[in-house]
Design a protein around this ligand. Structure first.
Ligand code: ATP
Length: 443
């Protein structure tokens, strides 16, 4: 049966009802385009970040991690071009006062909301400014970083000098970024505070095109492994008018959200633009000396830049399904087991005859290793439905047979099949089906 596509209303309502995502400062009426992750949402997002880190850093020899600070020397943003050029064209409606990004409007003559007259477009810098120290003057201005990439570039010499990495190699980091977006839209898709998962791969000039292709392929494989439906993911190559000033080539990985095909991740050939600029602005040597060829060069950089929150949005849209069963219906989130917030529900069939005691024991044994949820309330079918709706991949039921042969049933969320497993083997069974499911590739 073909999956009926979900709507944003259904996702937003499920996220609030089950504690995935809330509007920031809700009791004060909310702060526009800022969101908080609730008890299940924080698990989902952390698991996505962990999965990305495992894929990009821990399973490879040629990528190392970094966690740079959000605040950086203001010169960084002059060198990167953000102070001068990180702007969007802004227009206001003179009648209803709504604001728009001029480049996203089809008709610059009339307001899309009320038909009123629009102002001339003016450039608006997206960086949030603040001050260090007690005096609010121009000498103390700092910015909340609008991307995590620059923290990696300025640490390039530190990483080369303190580790044994040799080109080609990458530096990866996950962290918050801030953009004072003019128009915000579609729940957590475009927000003012968000997280990026970025990897900058340093290569010898001339090998950049080949590495660009390799990273494109690797990143598509990543989304497949995350169990995003392949027909929902595609490449979009930037045309000459879309290319950023620093990029020789750029592809977006787009996902088909309920509101259309939109960017999930950017893959860019940034050439040696950034390192050259930091060399010029800092006066520091950012060239690399290759021991083997005895050559000195400023490396080219291939960047893969994904949004953690956008990935959450894609995963939620992709996973949601309402199914009509024979005598019942269910809402199910088909999360990959690695990223599901809760890995297993633990249910005693009834609340008596020693079954809860066995269930507690299993729960206590699994808890240090996996987030599990004990539930003894209501019919087992209803308990399954509650776990289906939050994407729990497995449910372990303790029944009367358990007392006889020390086995439990493990029910799989998507196919709803059940298997009897010895209590002693439950933990290794989960390990096989969660931690060991993915075979990681390395470039
Ligand atoms: P867009 O065109 O959607 O504004 P961008 O091309 O400016 O995005 P990049 O600067 O390439 O985005 O940032 C890399 C990634 O960071 C994006 O693919 C996206 O996943 C994420 N990202 C960028 N801006 C936002 C935002 N305002 N909210 C959430 N995620 C964002």
């Amino acid at each position: 049966m073909a999956k009926v596509e979900t709507t944003m209303d259904k996702l937003v309502s499920l996220c609030k009802r089950r504690g995935f995502i809330f509007q920031s400062s809700d009791i004060y009426g909310g702060l526009s385009a800022v969101y908080d992750y609730g008890p299940l949402g924080v698990e989902l997002k952390n698991n996505i970040k962990k999965f990305w880190w495992r894929w990009m850093v821990q399973t490879r020899d040629n990528i190392v991690g970094l966690d740079a600070a959000i605040l950086m020397a203001p010169r960084v943003w002059e060198a990167s071009g953000h102070v001068e050029g990180f702007t969007d064209p802004l227009v206001d409606c003179k009648k209803c006062k709504h604001r728009f990004r001029a480049d996203l409007l089809e008709n610059l003559k009339a307001c899309p909301d009320c038909g009123g007259e629009l102002t001339e477009s003016r450039q608006f810098n997206l960086m949030f400014k603040t001050f260090v120290g007690p005096v609010e003057d121009s000498a103390s201005v700092v910015y909340l970083r609008p991307e995590t990439a620059q923290g990696i570039y300025v640490n390039f010499p530190n990483v080369v000098d303190s580790t044994r990495v040799k080109i080609p190699f990458g530096i990866a980091q996950i962290g918050k970024a801030f953009r004072n977006e003019i128009t915000t839209e579609n729940f957590i898709f475009r927000t003012r505070e968000f997280e990026q998962m970025e990897m900058q791969f340093f290569v010898k000039p001339g090998s950049d095109k080949e590495w660009f292709e390799r990273w494109k392929q690797d990143r598509i494989n990543y989304y497949k492994t995350l169990q995003i439906r392949p027909d929902k993911v595609r490449f979009h190559q930037h045309g000459p008018d879309e290319l950023a000033h620093y990029a020789a080539d750029a592809f977006d990985i787009q996902y088909e959200f309920p509101f259309g095909w939109k960017e999930l991740e950017g893959i860019h050939n940034r050439t040696n633009f950034d390192l050259n600029r930091h060399k010029e602005f800092s006066g520091k040597e950012l060239t690399y000396y290759d021991d083997e060829s005895k050559e000195k060069f400023v490396p080219f950089i291939i960047e893969t830049s994904a949004g953690a929150d956008r990935t959450v949005m894609a995963v939620l849209s992709d996973a949601y399904e309402e199914q009509q069963l024979e005598n019942d219906s269910r809402t199910v989130m088909h999360f990959a087991p690695e990223i599901a917030p809760i890995k297993a529900g633990i249910f005693p069939l009834v609340k008596k005859e020693g079954l809860p005691e066995i269930a507690y024991k299993i729960r206590d044994e699994l808890k240090p290793h996996y987030p599990v949820f004990y539930d003894e309330g209501g019919a087992v079918g209803r308990r399954y439905r509650r776990q289906d709706e939050i994407g729990t991949p497995f449910c372990i039921t303790i029944d009367f047979q358990t007392k006889e042969d020390e086995t439990v049933t493990i029910r799989e969320r998507d196919a709803m099949t059940q298997e009897r497993v010895k209590i002693n083997n439950v933990r290794s069974w989960l390990f096989e089906h969660i931690d060991n499911r993915v075979k990681f590739n390395t470039l």
